[in-house]
Structure formats: structure tokens, C-alpha cells
Design a protein around this ligand. Structure first.
Ligand SMILES: Cc1cc2nc3c(=O)[nH]c(=O)nc-3n(C[C@H](O)[C@H](O)[C@H](O)COP(=O)(O)OP(=O)(O)OC[C@H]3O[C@@H](n4cnc5c(N)ncnc54)[C@H](O)[C@@H]3O)c2cc1C
Length: 314
């Protein structure tokens, strides 16, 4: 591979984890060739990208980047990739990363492969990518002079190379229409502020919770563990909780009243240890879990919380 460009985004004043993984993915494909990083975020984070394998970092510089402006970032990617003569452009397979990369590919008239887990170099490049919420994998051949793809969250383990990078400022030529779409406000979804994608522990509830109010023991245990609260798609559709579809990779995933449908289990494939609580011993989730408790979540969750409190008090 000739020249590789990796889009790096930030979250909470740090390089986001999936962007670190995208860098590792890009470094692997570059096979010793130059790996340029486009940093959209705090310039102070630029030197760190050398440690993740970038040989050169281009810090996007424009007032537009004060908030998330997908068209402005897409225009920047297209301009920088053309200037560098990049053969491969890699981005993080987050919601924001896919939004930006899809717009960049559309602008440049290139095909785009989202949520890739592997890529085999050649002409064409052959990628494996997640489809249908991760419940099936598609093999696709990309015929393009400039290949644009994103890396599915947690498809690779981010690895430090211990290198260092030259840091430059890149000021794109943006048009007024590039600034029309931008985030003007953010309203946190959870009171605890623990992000699902980044959480070390996640406690989720499913339709077995019975109602929005039935989530109280799920939230109680999550609070005790400093965990993020998750849920199944059925719960989101019922309007009991807001979020679903997020890929997670916690150290511990506790799921209660969730049947373990393929699409749900695909989203938590990266979890190191899974504890399932379900009143049905035959529920599919039981085969995918490391530990299982057969019982009513309305009794089991409060019992776990009570035991944690008792031990902490003692
Ligand atoms: C394209 C596509 C993408 C999808 N993506 C996702 C996704 O990302 N995430 C996702 O979650 N779903 C996804 N789905 C939906 C998925 O197929 C399931 O419909 C959904 O996960 C079911 O949610 P559930 O397990 O909460 O509900 P159910 O399947 O109704 O299961 C409820 C479970 O709770 C148990 N239970 C009931 N009462 C109690 C109790 N008191 N105590 C303990 N256990 C109890 C039952 O035994 C049962 O196992 C997707 C579907 C499609 C078609």
C-alpha cells in the first residue's frame, strides 16, 4: 500500500478509542508505508498519535471545528487525501466517523465500505464488514483508486508502536455550504455520564423489565458499580429507554431480562465476561453467557445490590 490517511476524532478531550483502533488497522495495512493522521480536535493530542503509529499528523485548523460539522470534516478529508495522493483512507466506525466518511466518499465519487473488520490488500481490496447490526458479515471487493473505509468498533485491539510523528497544521478551503450542518447543542443522555461504548462495566435490561419503571433495579446496580446502563432494542422500541445499537466491549456485561437475540449478542461480542439473568433457563442468552442466574430480575438484581452494599458497609 502506498500512502494511508487515517481520520482521528476525539471524545471528552481524548483521542477516541475507535480512532486508536483505526490507526492500528491503518498501520497494519500500510505495511511500513507512510501513515498520515488527520486530527479533528485538540492539537495537544497530536503527539500522542505518533505513539499509535502515525508518521505525520495534520491538525485540522478552522473555526468550523469548534463543533461537530460533518460536511466540513468531509471536505477536509477529501482535500487532504487528494493532496497526499492517499491510496487508502481509514476512519473510525463510530456514528460520527461513518457519517463523515460517507459524506467524504460521496463528495469524491469513491465507494465507501463501513464497519470493516478485515481488509486484504490487492486489486481490488477485499474487506469483511459487519452488516445488520453485526449479525452477519459481508465480504466485499472494493474497486477504487482511493479506498475509503471505516473500522468496526473493537474489531482490532489498538496497539501502541512507540513511534513519534511530525505535526503540521492543515487549513482546509471550506465553502459556506460546508458549514451548514453542525452540532449547536448537546444534551447528555444519561445522568451518570458513563458512555456505553467506553464503559468498563455495563448493566442492561430487556423486555423482562416490564416497563420504564421496571428499570429501577438495573439503574440501581449500575450506579453501585459505576457502570453504564444499556438496554435491548425491544426496550427502545417500547420507549422505556433511549439507546440501543451501540457496540460495547466492557470487562463485565450484566444483562437481565434479555433473550439474547443474535443482533443483541453481536453488539456485545467484545465483552470479556457476560453474566445473564433470565427467568427462562432455555433462553438463547444462556448459551452465550459466561455466568447465568436463572431467576426473576426483579428479585435477583436487588439481591445483588443489597449484597454489594452489605459488603461495602462491612
Ligand atoms: C436488523 C436488526 C437489528 C437489530 N439490532 C438489535 C440490537 O442492536 N440490539 C438489540 O437488543 N436488538 C436488536 N434487534 C432486535 C432483536 O432481534 C430482538 O428482538 C431484541 O433484542 C429482543 O429484546 P429483548 O431480549 O429485551 O426481548 P425479548 O426477546 O422479548 O426477551 C425478553 C426476555 O426476558 C426474559 N424475562 C421476562 N421476564 C423476566 C423477569 N421478570 N426476570 C428475568 N427475565 C425475564 C424472557 O425469558 C426473555 O428471555 C435487531 C433486529 C433486527 C431485525
Amino acid at each position: 500500500m502506498g500512502t494511508t490517511l487515517v481520520l482521528v476524532m476525539t471524545a471528552d478531550a481524548a483521542v477516541d478509542r475507535v480512532s486508536q483502533q483505526a490507526l492500528t488497522f491503518g498501520v497494519g495495512l500500510a505495511a511500513g508505508g507512510p501513515v498520515h493522521a488527520l486530527l479533528v480536535g485538540d492539537p495537544a493530542l497530536a503527539p500522542e498519535l505518533g505513539e499509535w503509529g502515525a508518521s505525520e499528523v495534520h491538525v485540522a485548523d478552522h473555526p468550523a471545528f469548534a463543533s461537530f460539522a460533518p460536511d466540513a470534516i468531509a471536505a477536509t478529508i477529501v482535500e487532504l487525501a487528494a493532496g497526499l495522493g492517499a491510496d487508502l483512507v481509514v476512519g473510525p466506525g463510530t456514528d460520527d466517523g461513518n457519517t463523515v466518511m460517507a459524506r467524504a466518499a460521496a463528495r469524491a465519487g469513491h465507494p465507501f465500505a463501513a464497519n470493516c473488520t478485515t481488509a486484504v490488500l490487492g486489486s481490488p481490496i477485499v474487506v469483511t464488514r459487519q452488516r445488520w447490526g453485526g449479525s452477519l458479515f459481508e465480504e466485499a471487493a472494493i474497486h477504487a483508486e482511493r479506498v475509503m473505509l471505516t473500522v468496526a468498533p473493537h474489531a482490532v485491539v489498538a496497539t501502541r508502536t512507540g513511534g513519534s510523528a511530525a505535526v503540521r497544521t492543515f487549513t482546509p478551503s471550506l465553502a459556506d455550504e460546508d458549514l451548514l450542518v453542525r452540532v449547536v447543542d448537546r444534551i447528555p443522555a444519561t445522568a451518570s455520564g458513563v458512555s456505553l461504548a467506553e464503559a468498563r462495566v455495563v448493566v442492561s435490561g430487556g423486555r423482562g423489565a416490564g416497563s420504564a419503571e421496571g428499570f429501577a433495579p438495573v439503574v440501581e446496580l449500575a450506579d453501585l458499580l459505576g457502570a453504564a446502563v444499556g438496554c435491548s432494542r425491544a426496550v427502545t422500541i417500547a420507549g422505556w429507554r433511549p439507546q440501543t445499537g451501540t457496540k460495547i466491549a466492557p470487562d463485565l456485561y450484566i444483562l437481565a431480562g434479555i433473550s439474547g437475540a443474535t443482533q443483541h449478542m453481536a453488539g456485545c461480542r467484545g465483552a470479556k465476561v457476560i453474566l445473564a439473568i433470565n427467568k427462562d433457563a432455555e433462553a438463547p442468552v444462556m448459551t452465550g453467557a459466561d455466568y447465568a442466574i436463572v431467576g426473576d430480575m426483579r428479585e435477583v438484581l436487588p439481591a445483588i445490590s443489597a449484597e454489594i452494599r452489605r459488603r461495602r458497609a462491612g
